[in-house]
Ligand binder design. Sequence first.
Ligand SMILES: [Zn+2]
Length: 332
Amino acid sequence: MKRAVAIKRWSRRAATAAFCCLAAGALAEPLTLSLPLECEPGRSCFVQTYVAHEEQAKPRDYRCGARTYSRHDGTDFRVADIPAMRRGVNVLATAAGTVVRMRDGVSDGDVLEGQRERVRGVECGNGVVIAHGDGWETQYCHMANGSLRVGAGERVEAGAVLGKLGLSGMTEFPHLHFTVRQAGRVVDPFAFGAAEGSCGGGAFLWRPDLREALAYRERELLNFGFASAPVGMQDIEAGVEPPGHEPGALVAYVRLIGLQKGDRLRLVLRGPDDGIVADHEPDPLTSDKAQQMLFVGARRPPQGGPRGRYSAEIAVRHEGRIVLEQTFSRTF
Ligand SMILES: [Zn+2]
């Protein structure tokens, strides 16, 4: 009996091996990728947009979620705001290879300044293309003007600094657009070789130790803090100055990414006695939102409000269930 079982197992393994070798004929050996940015995913950088899978009427990310848009051929890694970019974030080679193309000299912030026509033909901005052999290529876009450290023909190791994250080319916020190609075709590094329409199939090309850091997150809190006046999306992107000790008003704000149609957001500001100072719960979202901000606040009495620790609580509910929750606080 035991022997029969053993033979069965062996033959199953043989079948798998045959399948594997057949597949290897059609697909190249997978490339293993390290992070393209010197950052901590989920803390100091965030995946904003995944590769678009276009089999359905609506483009979907590799998990069949909405974290993508039509014809998006790469993965966007963003930092929280422009000050984070200004502190300097290195762009890194994801695998060893040879630089086959590079471009520097494209100015930063053209699109933000309303100069869209300036990026025509240079949508990638300052960028690098690295060939890794076996038809594999990686491309890095929107790097900072004057920051590129490598030249065409140069050999680089995984983790080599290519330059700095910037705002060049077709971009409205600081992020790295990272594309992987195999034999000229775009590959989703989260789902290499996934069957059409599968939600979560295919191979994870990132280093195995990045699996948790790069786990798919439906919604993420990108920014949160306090201000002394109402804030807009551009204020958050530019970096909000925290209020002084005697602010005329006290505002709590958040910016989230990956929100879904039907999400209910609620932001509550509490005073030092834990009493509610302000409470804002807008109508549920009527569409998916790549990013969304919210603030709540109250004017302080002329003689100044109570001193102490103020806290704010953001909660996102979907179909009655809490899907994201975070509290933050500050002493005034
Ligand atoms: Zn992109």
